[in-house]
Design a protein around this ligand. Structure first.
Ligand code: PLP
Length: 369
């Protein structure tokens, strides 16, 4: 069996260190707002090469709090990609704004900067580029448009901890950058967790107040907020894992090169192109494959797990019918949703396992039973 994601391998490797980190929290019993939170915030901000980080309860909460800090609310519009996890759009509607979708680039599966201006209205307040599969969107191109129209960029880097844009760490490029530490991410907690990073002190203060019910002091509520704090245990575990994330990302890149090499001459397969401005961390290794669904079944029968991220683009989801989009509105996205297949990808994967996955794909297209 080669699963798509295997959390057991990494967790076993770090079991001793993780248990010691948890034991410290058990000893002081500050399960919420413990000292590990501030320590993690400092370490993660340093990691992202940016001034401030705010530790929150999930990537979804990070996006929601970033939107609130940017002053996005009722009646506003936020431009984003329809080819992402629903959390990106959910965060927009949660603050009372409306998601406005724009098609993606066929190579990197990220927001097409050239299509953004077409949908900007006087209600547009922000753009959320999504760094899909671990590769950054074209942030400078998007920034140029944002500056002309006075829009805030809130980057959804939930799949891209440690990735770079033109040699700059994600987190140090956009005004507000949101991360997810969902267990299967490149930097994963033992449950839900996330962060917003920024160089804007006012924004981070807003986020810290709003993640804690709008409290500025004990039971003094400047505003209403959320219960969106990161747990102390998650911060302690993330502090342990943060030391390893660059090494893990380097290994993911090595695995990606092996896949690229092995799959290169299989004509019905397109390996993931990496743009010249990006240094991907391969949260997922995602190919385009002809006859994708049958290939997925074939690999499953061989004990190889794969995933489809995402089979239904957001503009065609039942939840967003009310937005009035229809089929063919975003052809690049819709083709991607039919063709993409994510292969097993995690640092602990062995070279033999990657070879075995590639052989499975080759055998499928050669018609082998
Ligand atoms: C692109 C993207 N945005 C947002 C999220 C939400 O993160 P979380 O699951 O931590 O709330 C995810 C998580 O899968 C994601 O992949």
């Amino acid at each position: 069996m080669i699963p798509l994601i295997d959390l057991k391998r990494q967790t076993r490797q770090l079991e001793g260190e993780i248990q010691r980190a948890i034991a410290e929290i058990l000893a002081d019993c500050h399960f919420v707002k413990g000292t590990s939170i501030e320590k993690f915030e400092e370490a993660f901000a340093r990691y992202c090469e940016v001034a401030y980080a705010s530790a929150v309860s999930s990537g979804t909460a990070a996006l929601q709090l970033a939107l609130l800090a940017a002053g996005v609310g009722e009646g506003d519009e936020v431009v984003t990609s329809p080819y992402t996890f629903i959390a990106t759009a959910e965060a927009i509607t949660c603050v009372g704004a409306k998601p406005v979708f724009v098609d993606i680039l066929p190579g990197p599966f990220t927001l097409d900067p050239e299509k953004i201006e077409e949908v900007i209205t006087e209600r547009t307040k922000a753009v959320i580029p999504v760094d899909l599969y671990g590769q950054s969107a074209d942030l400078e191109a998007i920034e140029q448009i944002a500056q002309v129209h006075h829009l805030t960029i809130i980057e959804d880097a939930c799949q891209a901890t440690g990735a770079e844009y033109k040699g700059r760490r994600l987190g140090s490029v956009s005004h507000l950058t949101c991360f997810s530490f969902y267990p299967s991410k490149n930097l994963g907690a033992l449950g839900d967790a996330g962060a917003v990073v920024t160089k804007d002190l006012k924004a981070v203060e807003q986020i810290r107040i709003r993640r804690d019910h709008g409290q500025t002091g004990p039971y003094i509520h400047e505003t209403e907020g959320l219960n969106a704090r990161m747990d102390s245990i998650q911060a302690a575990v993330l502090l342990v894992k943060l030391q390893y994330v660059d090494g893990w990302n380097a290994t993911r890149r090595k695995h990606a090169r092996q896949y690229d090499e092995l799959l290169r001459d299989i004509e019905p397969v397109t390996t993931p192109p990496i743009m010249e401005y990006a240094n991907s961390v391969y949260a997922l290794y995602t190919i385009r494959a002809q006859d994708r669904d049958r290939l997925q079944v074939y690999l499953r029968q061989r004990g190889i797990g794969t995933g489809v991220y995402y089979p239904i683009p957001l503009h065609l989801q039942p939840a967003y019918q009310y937005l009035g989009y229809k089929e063919y509105d975003f052809p690049v996205t819709e083709t991607a949703a039919r063709e993409t297949l994510s292969l097993p990808m995690y640092p602990e994967l062995s070279e033999d396992e990657i070879t075995c996955v590639a052989e499975g794909i080759r055998d499928f297209y050669q018609g082998k039973e």
